[in-house]
Design a protein around this ligand. Structure first.
Ligand code: ADP
Ligand code: MG
Length: 386
């Protein structure tokens, strides 16, 4: 992970690389999904929060159509392309994300022309914290402002979704961008993925004496890989057989009948989505009532459902969750798309070290790569820094 450069240093670095001052510096956070997994593309409910780890971009619009991109991460060198001939076939590596945003804006009839861009991010890559959307959201926030496009958050969400779906080639929903663009400090974002309706829900773990630990298993997931697309296809099949527009329209009370209509695998996929939607609603209720100290059982039930019904966990995620719970976490679950990435463990501050040690020990005993464990706070969404 790269050390985050502050806005002044990033702007300074930009100027020495590109030979001209940046027009500004913008940032957008990664996100942790507190609960509501694989419900987004089923037009259901999710409850993510923006985290205190961000992608930052220094950007300058150019008067020609040249796009030059550089990241502080790795030795990937400068990428130079022409804004008039962007192509998903030729875009490589991380540049797909900023180029996808430029492309998606072009598709909306908004041509920003050429630009220089320097990226710096401390959102862990491929850990399920959406480092890719952090980049896209930082870029779209910058370009929206620089081009005077005046897109609202809802339109920026849809444009970044278009970039991921049709340029990057990852069939993701709207949750990650929504959290990154619309999140707020001390809150989770209750999002209805059917109509993009949002409500900020207090999630002040700190005041409740809790910390949210992220356990990055270092098992790399890939959204473009088969598992995610396969689960999406199962959900579409389930909705079709049950005769609903999306699984959002199936209630707990419909599950008995659904069992008779669906093959066993599709039924379990459907049951996960239906019960997970219900758990999101319950979690919102608890957070707005008693507080974060009472959501542990909902997190645990969510993990069990992903492990057993949706089958998107993996041994490392299961071990992280079990070890954290045994050492004092009040609730734990895998978060993100699955098949690797991170788990979260809501942990009493007093038990934090104990949980960290126990998870590290369990991984060592199992012969797994040591996990990366860190705490996150619900933080502000995308913004201009300088
Ligand atoms: P996630 O979004 O869950 O982190 P993805 O596979 O969707 O996982 O996105 C990870 C990709 O984002 C990396 O492979 C890389 O291309 C890109 N990326 C993330 N952070 C950076 C960075 N600081 N510099 C360059 N590329 C980055
Ligand atoms: Mg991603």
């Amino acid at each position: 992970m790269t050390l985050r450069l502050d806005a002044t240093r990033l702007a300074g670095r930009f100027e020495s690389v590109f030979g001209a001052a940046a027009d500004g510096v913008w940032q957008a956070p990664g996100r942790v999904n507190l609960i509501g997994e694989h419900t987004d593309y089923n037009e259901g409910f999710v409850l993510p929060f923006a985290i205190d780890r961000t992608a930052r971009v220094a950007v300058r619009l150019r008067s020609d159509s040249t796009i030059r991109l550089l990241s502080t991460f790795g030795n990937q060198g400068l990428t130079t392309v022409d804004a008039r001939s962007l192509s998903r076939e030729t875009a490589r590596g991380w540049t797909k994300y900023p180029l996808g945003v430029v492309w998606a804006l072009q598709q909306r009839g908004l041509d920003v022309g050429g630009l220089d861009l320097l990226l710096d991010s401390d959102v862990p890559r491929g850990a399920g914290l959406s480092s890719s959307h952090a980049i896209e959201c930082a870029v779209i926030t910058a370009l929206n402002e620089l081009a005077g496009a005046d897109l609202g958050a809802g339109d920026m969400v849809l444009a970044t979704q278009r970039a991921e779906n049709d340029f990057v080639g990852a069939p993701t929903g709207i949750m990650d961008q929504s959290a990154s663009l619309r999140g707020a400090a001390g809150h989770a974002l209750f999002l209805d993925c059917r109509d993009q309706g949002i409500r900020l829900v207090p999630f002040d773990a700190e005041s409740a004496g809790l910390v949210t630990l992220v356990i990055d298993t270092r098992v790399s997931h890939s959204h473009a890989g088969g598992g995610y697309a396969d689960r999406r296809a199962s959900c579409e099949l389930g909705a079709e057989v049950l005769g609903v527009r999306a699984l959002r329209d199936v209630g707990l009370e419909d599950l008995g009948e659904a069992g008779g209509l669906l093959d066993p695998v599709t039924f379990r996929r459907v049951r996960h989505v239906v019960t997970e939607n219900e758990r999101v609603l319950q979690t919102v209720k608890v957070l707005e009532g008693t507080g974060p100290e009472a959501i542990g059982p909902l997190l645990d039930a969510s993990h069990a459902s992903m492990r057993d019904d949706f089958e998107i966990s993996c041994p490392e995620l299961d071990l992280a969750v079990e070890a954290a719970r045994a050492a004092g976490a009040i609730g734990a679950r895998m978060t993100g798309g699955g098949f690797g990435g991170s788990a979260i463990a809501l942990t009493p501050a007093a038990a934090e070290q104990q949980v960290r040690d126990a998870v590290g020990r369990a991984f060592a005993e199992a012969g797994y790569t040591a996990p990366d464990i860190f705490s996150v706070r619900p933080a502000a969404g995308a913004m201009r820094l300088a």
